[in-house]
Design a protein around this ligand. Structure first.
Ligand code: ZN
Length: 332
């Protein structure tokens, strides 16, 4: 048993309370590799932004859970080296799908876990979430739960349809489970193809897809039922068209990739939404930069040659999100 506190990590409790009060949101960035982690920590340390490092099932399969945990521990030390005296870094399990997995992360030094039982019937979701909460809280690890179903694909999390969260259920759910935060479904979606072209309109000037707006009425309904309770948005990459264009220009093929417009996320950040998950945008930044470098420099064969610009591009993207979208800079 390793406590996250020994690793210099923090849980989400205080961070979320401040974010809800302060009208901003904490970035939750997924990581699978060193360059991504360096970019996240550099951006957060320079801006003094609290940050949540997320580990998904796909990341665990790709990189190994043990290695990722030690990388997060290293990230805390790295942040201190960068001059961030008191780093506010959370290590969070993204989309935990069983009690055993959540328990193993709690025991191993994660400071926060998500139990996603949103695909189960309501009463089963409550029972499993409560079981995880009861265990995690013994060690002061915070728990995110989910109510409602998101559309789209996030690694092994796949759903064809989305079911908005029902505001009339949230008080009962939060009270009976004791969860610390709640991921809700208001129209965000996992992946780089969040909406089918037929769900969108097209901007006549640019020919770009314009996605349907988020269901802010549902968010408002949830906030009215649970005033001040920390709300989480998954699937909130904006799929920057500059990266899609770069990818397509340098040999890639990503037609009609579309995300959540940043002005809507900016609006959400000012509400009870206090954690916004961003994964695809980092993948796009990295791929765009790697493709460009290799296209322009056919002789490059040292991975450091093309991963350095990739890391720089990701850092630029993280800084942009923290400052221009979430407003979490200077809060840690
Ligand atoms: Zn998710």
């Amino acid at each position: 048993m390793v406590s996250f506190k020994e690793l210099g990590l923090v849980n989400t409790r205080e961070m979320f309370a401040k974010a809800v009060k302060g009208g901003y949101a904490i970035p939750a960035f997924n990581f699978n590799n060193m360059e991504q982690l360096q970019a996240i920590i550099q951006a957060a340390a320079e801006l003094r932004s609290p940050v949540i490092l997320q580990v998904s099932k796909g990341a665990r399969n790709y990189a190994n859970q043990t290695l990722l945990r030690y990388m997060a521990q290293g990230a805390v030390e790295y942040a201190k080296e960068l001059g961030w005296e008191n780093p506010q870094i959370v290590l969070h399990l993204d989309h935990g799908d069983s009690f055993e997995l959540c328990k193993s992360c709690v025991d191993f030094g994660f400071s926060s876990v998500m139990i996603d039982a949103s695909s189960l019937p309501y009463e089963d979701n409550i029972a499993l979430t409560k079981k995880v909460v009861d265990y995690a809280h013994q060690y002061d690890v915070t728990v995110e739960a989910e109510l409602g179903v998101l559309a789209g694909v996030e690694e092994e999390v796949a759903s064809e349809v989305s079911h908005y969260t029902k505001p009339e259920e949230v008080v009962d759910f939060a009270t009976r489970t004791g969860c610390d935060s709640l991921a809700i479904s208001i129209g965000t979606s996992h992946g780089a193809y969040k909406f089918k072209p037929e769900q969108c309109t097209r901007d006549p000037k640019t020919g770009r897809l314009v996605p349907p707006p988020l269901a802010f009425d549902v968010l408002k309904g949830v906030e009215e039922q649970l005033p001040g309770f920390p709300i989480v948005l998954h699937g909130s990459s904006s799929v920057p068209q500059e990266y899609v264009d770069m990818i397509n220009k340098y040999g890639g093929k990503m037609p009609d990739a579309v995300g959540i417009p940043e002005e809507q996320l900016r609006l959400a950040s000012k509400s009870a939404v206090c954690k916004i998950n961003i994964d695809s945008d980092s993948r796009l930044a990295m791929t765009a930069a790697v493709r460009k470098d290799l296209y322009e420099n056919p002789g490059h064969f040292d991975p450091r040659q093309y991963l350095k610009p990739a890391r720089d591009e990701m850092k630029k993207m993280y800084i942009h999100k923290i400052v221009e979208v979430l407003g979490s800079d200077g809060k840690a």
